[in-house]
Design a protein around this ligand. Structure first.
Ligand SMILES: NC(=O)c1ccc[n+]([C@@H]2O[C@H](COP(=O)([O-])OP(=O)(O)OC[C@H]3O[C@@H](n4cnc5c(N)ncnc54)[C@H](OP(=O)(O)O)[C@@H]3O)[C@@H](O)[C@H]2O)c1
Length: 239
């Protein structure tokens, strides 16, 4: 059995990645911040299928101390999936330094520090890092400047760490298009969802399984490093 740490693994795309990897011979460490109940329930479900195959770890990835604590409790690891992120609009005229710090710390600094902190252990297992990027790393989404920049950062992080950590550790990325509609502060009105769907060549959203399967593929793709794959139903063809 290999071991994977998935950040933000309790719900939505992260939970699907955890389930898919668990179905494919990985023991899973599900990191969470606020979704404690979801993390508990998912671990219970996975441990029911295979004893001692899932555990949960809490950390607020906005805090460097908590990132270091998380790194410190991981004993061995074959795969790190940097999935956790925050997504909300930051129109230029009213976004703040606090927004910059929040988004950049969680979406970019945390994946960097986790990768750095776990690199020795990943080298020992000839392991892999998969970063969850976003197609807006390349083609920015209006009103989301800080998020776009954070995702461009993690795309470059993927390529630069692929160089730094070669030949022992592969580093790849998956760039989702529209998979699950955003919630809360980033929720979209129905007509905006319709406009977005019309711009996708395949005329529909992707599924969480589409992302999880891509992560699994990269985890097993022993001759791929430094690559970021778009999983977007052809959305970028129309941009
Ligand atoms: N949804 C899409 O269609 C889409 C499109 C393009 C790219 N993506 C990318 O795909 C990944 C997953 O997307 P998603 O929509 O499933 O993400 P999400 O629900 O917005 O967030 C994923 C997780 O990030 C964790 N997180 C947020 N702030 C945190 C903090 N301070 N400390 C620790 N964890 C924190 C949360 O964990 P808790 O719930 O435990 O707090 C949350 O469950 C993200 O990297 C996203 O940028 C998604």
């Amino acid at each position: 059995m290999k071991t994977v740490l998935i950040t933000g693994g309790a719900q939505r795309i992260g939970a699907e990645i955890a389930k898919t990897l668990h179905d494919n011979q990985f023991n899973v460490i599900i990191h969470y911040n606020e979704s404690e109940q979801e993390a508990k329930a998912l671990c219970a479900k996975l441990n029911n299928r295979r004893q001692n195959s899932a555990q949960r770890i809490h950390a607020n990835l906005a805090s460097v101390d908590e990132i270091n604590q998380l790194v410190g409790v991981i004993e061995n690891i074959d795969l790190l999936v940097n999935n956790a992120s925050v997504f909300y609009p930051t129109p230029l005229e009213n976004c703040t330094v606090n927004d910059w710090d929040t988004i950049m710390n969680i979406n970019l600094k945390a994946p960097f520090l986790l990768s750095k902190g776990l690199s020795k252990k990943l080298k020992q297992t000839q392991g892999c890092i998969v970063n969850i990027v976003d197609i807006h790393a390349e083609r920015p989404l209006k009103n989301y400047a800080i998020y776009n920049i954070s995702k461009t950062g993690i795309k470059t992080l993927t390529k630069t760490l692929a160089k730094e950590l070669a030949p022992d550790v592969r580093v790849c990325g998956v760039s989702p298009g529209s998979i699950l509609w955003p919630e809360q502060k980033a929720e979209l009105e129905p007509h905006k969802k319709q406009i977005m769907l019309e711009r996708i060549a395949l005329k529909r959203q992707g599924s969480t399984a589409d992302i999880a399967e891509a992560v699994l593929f990269l985890a097993n793709a022993n001759y791929i490093t430094g690559e970021v794959i778009n999983i977007d139903g052809g959305r970028t063809l129309h941009q």
